[in-house]
Design a protein around this ligand. Structure first.
Ligand code: AMP
Ligand code: ZN
Ligand code: FE
Ligand code: FE
Length: 274
């Protein structure tokens, strides 16, 4: 049976494989299609599409946008977007400017405690990436202040920790409008990551559906079968198609392998019909 992965990060955001490497990796794993879905960036899409043509694997152009849902960041996947869309380019410029502001705040807070992490150095070290907390986490590991990226998040960078600084997320309606203007289809990413109790989960799905979501990522790395079954039921109830992906980040999240969980190719066909 043909299978796919609709959620993969590259060096264009916080993955460790370049877009070409990620696509060739997908091809070697025997996947029939792979979507490149970098955080707030479609910089990797063109390279990935070219690699897909060379490797003989279908590449779906995508993006993962953090949108504002009641003051917190909920992730929206945009598939089949045109990376050169002016609306998308404009949106991403705003996101990058806001990230720069926030990165400076985090660096200042660290420096006030004698921890020397410079934004300019991170930008030089990861020239093609959207620099964010994962890169700060890597720097803290290199300085010997954390044992792993996860440890750096848990002790310093996660919400509630000393060096966490909030950033303003894109308003929900604006994000959906831009995905639509860029010719894309919007899908709610990993609905269980937000740890909402059931009534809140239903409310979020309903809001997303009303805003224009066509699908929901029900298959996701680590989701247990009974939870997946429940999400599938909810997708049906809200007339959303079911999608799935691993959220592969290369060695930055070594526990996650591309192509897990198993996502059948027919789900991509259903998404295309939406
Ligand atoms: P940012 O967009 O800069 O706020 O960083 C968010 C990204 O950091 C997420 O997309 C994850 O890839 C990563 N991240 C968030 N929390 C953790 C964690 N506890 N451990 C490892 N990575 C994390
Ligand atoms: Zn990420
Ligand atoms: Fe996400
Ligand atoms: Fe992701």
């Amino acid at each position: 049976m043909r299978h796919i992965d609709l959620h993969v990060h590259t060096t264009a955001s916080d993955g460790t494989l370049t877009p070409s490497e990620a696509v060739w990796h997908a091809a070697r794993l025997g996947l029939s299609a792979v979507a490149v879905t970098d955080h707030d960036s479609c910089e990797g899409v063109c390279e990935a599409m070219e690699a897909g043509a060379a490797a003989g694997i279908e590449v779906v152009p995508g993006i993962e946008i953090s949108v504002d849902y009641q003051g917190r960041g909920v992730h929206l996947l945009g598939y089949f977007i045109d990376p050169a869309s002016p609306a998308m380019e404009h949106l991403l410029e705003l996101v990058i400017a806001e990230r720069k502001r926030r990165n400076r705040c985090m660096a200042e807070a660290l420096r006030a405690d004698g921890i020397d992490v410079r934004v300019e150095e991170l930008r030089e070290k990861y020239p093609d990436s959207v620099v964010g907390r994962p890169h700060f986490a890597a720097a803290l590991v290199e300085l010997g202040l954390a044992s792993s990226v996860k440890d750096a998040f848990d002790r310093y960078l996660s919400i509630g920790q000393k060096y966490f600084r909030p950033r303003q997320y894109i308003p929900l309606d604006e994000a959906f409008a831009v995905v639509r203007d860029a010719g894309g289809k919007a899908v709610l990413a990993h609905p269980l990551q937000y740890r909402f109790p059931e009534p809140e989960l239903l409310r979020m799905i309903s809001v997303m559906k009303d805003a224009g979501a066509v699908g929901m990522e029900c298959l996701y790395f680590g989701y247990r079968p009974e939870r997946v079954a429940h999400l599938r039921e909810l997708a049906k109830r809200f007339d959303l198609c079911v999608t799935g992906g691993s959220d592969f980040h290369g060695s930055r999240k070594p526990e996650i392998e591309m192509g897990e969980p198993f996502v059948p190719y027919e789900l991509l066909e259903e998404l295309k019909c939406r």
